[in-house]
Ligand binder design. Structure first.
Ligand code: ZN
Length: 416
């Protein structure tokens, strides 16, 4: 709503208030959020977590939304979807429902978090067609836990099984959106020899990347439509990249993506530089056109030498939050459960509380007024012009498919 001084004086007060209110409420909640929180629930948490304490912590950080685990590799509620395995400490408890209600009571939005990437041996036996296969036809084990198997995104696992869980969540709970962790894959594209994937172009080829994007956008729209069955304002989103790394076509996804989730966690002890945040912010601004972007900063370690970005000190944690803010994204504080659900490593709880609380007091100064995406795009354009693919090859050469990233870089330039 644009009013000049004359219009403002001439407008009846009631009409003005109504139209100002309408302009305010027309902006969806997820485009106004400043802070987000997430605890990754562990299998033991349903037996140990003090739900009120968990919700109090997130409310004290003045987060606008929390992500709550529906399933990682285990169900956190009394699901009836076959092969959605319940955790051994769940018992008869509706753990997800209790967390959901506690968050709601404190005025927090709730996003249902799911992980479609893995399932267990009994699912492999019943639905061999759901799983990734190696060149010899064996189901592919998860690298960290051989009891788990990798699902294939081109199969009915994504269209039958995942959609059944999403519809079940809609039928049972008051949620504001749905999120998938670990899909679409980040870092590397799948190499799968299942019956479905045998019909696809050679993995690693541009033709394969096109099919990958086609499938990703199809599933994204499908999941978004299911989210909207609950409430028209609900939406679906997923992790889309870390630093400037991404597998999917971000320009295409930016057209349908309501919330761009950046995953900057420093998994696996890699050498993620902090300036990756700034590049990430520029990429987000370029493709999101003012829609929401958050940057996940994981405040927990997974043991030596595996580490998360925030591991060494509270100052490092603050540095990542600062960089996120400066990049025009909303900080996303991520901890892992265990030890009564508040994290095995609690060093990060209070520094994050202090930072978020300080930020909330100064929210008025952290409103994105205009995009600085052109800076980022110009940098990419210049790099592409003088040294093709240079700015994106930092991570690409290691992962062996830098040409895909070059193509994404070109797509960004076209969108500039
Ligand atoms: Zn496959």
């Amino acid at each position: 709503m644009n009013l000049n001084r004359r219009d403002f004086i001439a407008a009846p007060a009631a009409a003005l208030a109504t139209s100002l209110f309408a302009a305010e409420t027309a902006v969806p909640w997820q485009r106004k959020i400043r802070r987000v929180g997430q605890t990754n629930m562990t299998e033991h948490d349903p037996a140990a977590l003090d739900v009120e304490q968990w919700a109090d912590y997130w409310a004290s950080l003045k987060v606008d939304a929390v992500l709550i685990s529906v399933t990682g590799i285990l169900a956190f509620y009394q699901t009836k979807v076959p092969y959605h395995r319940k955790g051994k400490f769940l018992g008869s408890r509706d753990f997800f429902g209790e967390c959901c209600a506690a968050a709601r009571k404190r005025g927090l939005h709730v996003i249902a978090r799911m992980s479609p990437d893995l399932n267990w041996e009994d699912a492999v036996q019943a639905h061999p067609e759901w799983f990734q296969r190696d060149a010899q036809g064996n189901a592919v084990h998860h690298g960290e836990d051989p009891r788990l198997f990798r699902t294939c995104m081109f199969t009915t696992y994504m269209t039958d099984y995942m959609t059944a869980i999403m519809k079940e969540i809609n039928s049972l709970y008051d949620v504001d959106g749905m999120f998938t962790n670990a899909w679409p894959p980040l870092g590397a594209l799948p190499v799968c020899h299942c019956e479905q994937c045998k019909n696809l172009p050679q993995p690693g080829s541009i033709a394969y990347w096109d099919k990958f994007n086609e499938r990703t956008i199809y599933l994204w729209k499908l999941y978004d439509s299911i989210a909207k069955e609950k409430k028209p304002g609900n939406f679906y989103f997923a992790n889309l990249g870390g630093g400037i790394r991404s597998t999917a076509n971000l320009v295409k996804l930016g057209e349908i993506c309501e919330w761009f989730q950046c995953d900057n966690q420093g998994r696996g002890g890699d050498d993620t530089p902090i300036w990756g945040c700034a590049l990430q912010g520029r990429v987000c601004n370029a493709v999101q056109k003012g829609k929401m972007a958050t940057n996940v900063t994981a405040a927990w370690s997974t043991g030596v030498p595996r580490w998360r970005n925030v591991y060494k000190s509270p100052q490092e944690q603050q540095m990542w939050f600062d960089e996120t803010l400066a990049s025009g994204m909303a900080p996303y504080h991520h901890i892992i459960g265990g030890e009564n659900g508040m994290g095995e490593d609690r060093r990060w709880l209070e520094p994050a509380h202090k930072y978020f609380e300080w930020m909330a007091r100064h929210d008025v100064h952290f409103v994105n007024r205009r995009s600085i995406a052109n800076l980022g795009q110009r940098a990419q354009r210049a790099a592409a012009r003088f040294r093709p693919g240079r700015c994106v090859r930092y991570s690409q050469e290691r992962e062996g498919h830098w040409h895909f990233r070059q193509r994404i870089s070109c797509a960004h330039r076209e969108a500039a």
